[in-house]
Design a protein around this ligand. Sequence first.
Ligand SMILES: Nc1ncnc2c1ncn2[C@@H]1O[C@H](COP(=O)(O)OP(=O)(O)OP(=O)(O)O)[C@@H](O)[C@H]1O
Length: 603
Amino acid sequence: EPTEDKQALLDFLHNISHSHHLINWNKSSSVCKSWIGVTCNSEQSHVIALQLTRTGLSGRIPPNTLSRLSALQTVSLASNSITGSFPSDFSQLNNLIYLYLQFNKFSGPLPSDFSVWKNLSIVNLSNNSFNGSIPFSLSNLTHLSSLVLANNTLSGDIPDLTIPTLLELNFANNNLSGVVPESLERFPRGAFSGNNLASSHALSPSFLIKPRNSHPTRKKSKGLREPALLGVIIGACVLGISVITAFVIVCFYEKGGRSGQQVKSQKGEASRKKEGSESRDNNRIVFFEGCTLAFDLEDLLRASAEVLGKGTFGTVYKAALEDVTTVAVKRLKDVIVGKREFEQQMEMVGRIRHDNVAALRAYYYSKEEKLMVYDYYEQGSVSSMLHGKREGSRVSLNWDSRLKIAIGVARGIAHIHAQQGGKLLHGNIKSSNIFLNPRGYGCVSDIGLATLINPATRTTGYRAPEATDTRKSVAASDVYSFGVLLLELLTGRFPLHAKGGEEVVHLVRWVNSVVREEWTAEVFDVELLRYPNIEEEMVEMLQIGMACVVRTPDQRPKIGDVVRMVEEIRRVNAENRSSTESRSEGSTPTPHSIEIPSTSFAY
Ligand SMILES: Nc1ncnc2c1ncn2[C@@H]1O[C@H](COP(=O)(O)OP(=O)(O)OP(=O)(O)O)[C@@H](O)[C@H]1O
């Protein structure tokens, strides 16, 4: 626990007014683990990021508080009502990389000596009342990639800033005069609009305003889209990092008219402020309890992102918020329910906190966008672990891991089924929705989405025979999907896999036929055969899996029994193992060597 940093933050908190968002900032809780908006380094010895966007901060930043956070790399205090001049003691934060102070009430001059922050990469001081000139010392920042000073009252000439790393620049809507220096001519004209510039860059407002007003009906959403679009388009052009920008471009700008939208205007900026706050008020990101993240839609839009994959319900992006916090954002498509029903479902799911259920951290609903925010699981899903490329990227899943995945998932489903008087189902158990919790147990994600989305778009392979339509799903349908997952863990095969030519093999049918032929050992993943003394456990798991996938829902075990059975696999065999160890050491199952008690299989 970084006690000095904690005290500095408490001193900050006690000397500035703030909203209830920071209620969990207290002495008794862990600053690194539970304080909202605070991120520590991996050793938990220092606070490295402070993200207090929209937390109702108002008044001056108390001196000698934040400046004591010596390892701070990110300061985000955007969208508050902070007054006073730029905190002079921030000059002590010489590890600063990201500085976001936009949408506040700062006034007075900018710091004259920016060179104290030699690692600064992103500076956003826009939408304040800073005055005075733009300091020339900015040109000493050799890592600077984004400089946004728009919507202030800065005056004087624009300094000749030769910063090769700079990708985004916005000085619009100030009182700047003179000409745009040659070093900055590469930036779009809109970056300088709304000033008193004398050269050809002093553009006619009508040119700038036109594109914005050409789609009056889309006013609201554009308010959110444009600032990020500007950054992304410039970044993409210069860097060509199309994968990273895909999230913002594909995700958020799909519906908006694009031509000419990069250009900003004085009038446009003014209306953007208004539109932005309106739409934020109506459609804000809703965070759930226990979430230490603090960001808003604009942060999400700005985040560098990559597509993790497309699923039945939409596309999932890995988004790096202000390059410190990484989250997974699911952008839903084909949502068939209205706002109220959507919110109710999210509230239900967002309240679930369990070791074996991936927490939904936040959601966002607007007419155009429905987003869900989860923790990002670095290791990827169980599906990618099982079926990723055998060499290299594939994480080896040994038998213990597979057992722990099965136990975790069973417990997770049981917990889900215990919610809402038994009314909540998962509806889409599959290996790509299973992740590993910190102790290596399975953790279930994507709860309850099936009821929000067009039922025709459900995944086959894991789907129970009766669940042809989401509305016909019952608790036993989740048990069936869990059974398929067990078979997948045992066999290392996809639920539907191609067997030479075009023939598609249904895993459940295949396992049943192999077992019927008494070639049971054939079903197991060859990767598992190198672990000694696990055949009994594998057979037990196979029995449980096969019991879960019987055709008639009533004949499947209840999830509570399934939990007990999978937990028993290890317990029972741990007791037996010592006596059998000497006998079977190193042995692997051979064809015909395993007996499966006869069950009434459906296939
Ligand atoms: N929180 C997360 N962390 C890391 N990867 C994730 C996370 N959530 C989803 N993914 C990965 O993103 C990809 C797309 O996920 P998504 O849930 O949209 O599709 P799916 O699981 O393949 O199918 P479905 O939509 O039916 O659930 C998958 O590979 C999934 O494992």
